[in-house]
Design a protein around this ligand. Structure first.
Ligand code: NDP
Length: 328
């Protein structure tokens, strides 16, 4: 069993920033890296909107820089996945007990404070053939898998910034890129829209939805429906080698569902401007804070979902953890 003052779960911008602040506050944090080192950001190609990088930065580089910065001040990193937690120890009027966190079911950590920075994961459409071809033409990460589709034809599903970014990236590698967009317009920011619409390799299929993927052992095509339910509804087939999902994310918070309050989509609810989590049962406007448990980054942010915002909330969580420990 390991006893720690501050345990941070997650290795994205929120987790690493919390680690930098917590280690500088002498909380000697331990950071559990989780299944995706560096977090979601590492699934994009280039970060252009994080202040301090006028020429943009490669996401792996940025996350490695953050990690090294936290390391410099003494953060200890543990590679592994948190499989179980027990936060049911501090809010019942009994003597305060540390929170318990298990890594890979076996390694128990007892922590005075826990900062949850578990981020969010890619959503899938939920169609049967997506599962059939997972890893055989279906991907949710152009940066990770785009290389396999050089000079081929692929489709990207979604009309947000991620989809546009992925489509542009893939257009640099592939022969042709379809964008399958369910609305008659793109949701992405103006600059991203322009990049897509001005790229001759990208064809945007507005008002199309994917019905199923087809192919012998791997993705070779997609059946789409145009304007489903409308009088001019039409079926369409496109020949593709790769099918990339870029339709948003869901928060990685299932692990905490028995202990802290979450909204209907699973995002952790925090108290006002702070990162303080609420204990269960939770009633809107009458929430009771769960002492020592804080949430930062995309796992608690249904609105902004930006690396810079995640980093900022990581700093807040560490400052609040420090304040809490000093109050003990
Ligand atoms: P968004 O939620 O912004 O966009 C999701 C897209 O997927 C929308 O076009 C949505 O359609 C579509 N979609 C959702 N579900 C389905 C479905 N079942 N079938 C078909 N299409 C579907 O997510 P993003 O990941 O693009 O962006 C998240 C946040 O991150 C945003 O705030 C974005 O601005 C930011 N971001 C910024 C970047 C940058 O600045 N470089 C890069 C990437 C992300 P509909 O519009 O119809 O709802």
């Amino acid at each position: 069993m390991n006893k720690v003052k501050c345990l941070i779960i997650g290795s994205g911008p929120a987790g690493y920033t919390a680690a930098i602040y917590a280690s500088r506050a002498n909380l000697q944090p331990v950071l559990i890296e989780g299944p995706q080192l560096g977090g979601q950001l590492t699934t994009t190609t280039e970060v252009e909107n994080f202040p301090g990088y006028p020429d943009g930065i490669e996401p792996f580089q940025m996350m490695d820089d953050m990690k090294r910065q936290a390391e410099r001040f003494g953060t200890q990193f543990v590679s592994g996945v948190v499989t179980k937690v027990n936060f049911q120890t501090s809010n019942t009027g009994e003597a305060r007990k540390p929170h318990q966190v298990w890594v890979e079911d076996t390694d128990l950590y007892e922590a005075d404070t826990v900062i949850i920075a578990t981020g969010a994961s890619a959503k899938y459409l939920g169609i049967e053939s997506e599962r059939t071809y997972k890893g055989r033409g279906v991907s949710a990460c152009a940066t990770c898998d785009g290389f396999f589709y050089r000079k081929k034809t692929v489709a990207v599903v979604g009309g947000g910034d991620t989809a546009c970014e992925e489509a542009n990236y893939l257009a640099g590698l592939c022969e042709k890129v379809y964008m399958i967009v369910r609305k008659p317009y793109l949701r992405a920011s103006e600059i991203m829209q322009q990049r897509v619409l001005n790229n001759p390799k990208i064809e945007v299929l507005f008002e199309h939805n994917t019905v199923q993927l087809t192919g012998e052992g791997k993705v070779q095509g997609a059946d789409l429906v145009y304007r489903k339910g409308e009088p001019d509804e039409e079926m369409k087939h496109i020949a593709i080698d790769g099918f990339f999902l870029a339709i948003g994310h869901h928060p990685n918070t299932e692990l905490f569902k028995d202990f802290i309050a979450r909204d209907a989509e699973g995002y952790i609810i925090t108290e006002g401007h702070s990162t303080q989590c609420f204990s269960l049962p939770f009633k809107e406007g009458q929430g009771v804070g769960l002492p020592g448990v804080f949430a930062a980054g995309d796992c608690a942010d249904p609105h902004y979902r930006q690396a810079i915002v995640a980093a900022g909330s990581g700093a807040k969580a560490a400052i609040e953890a420090d304040k809490y420990i000093k109050s003990l």
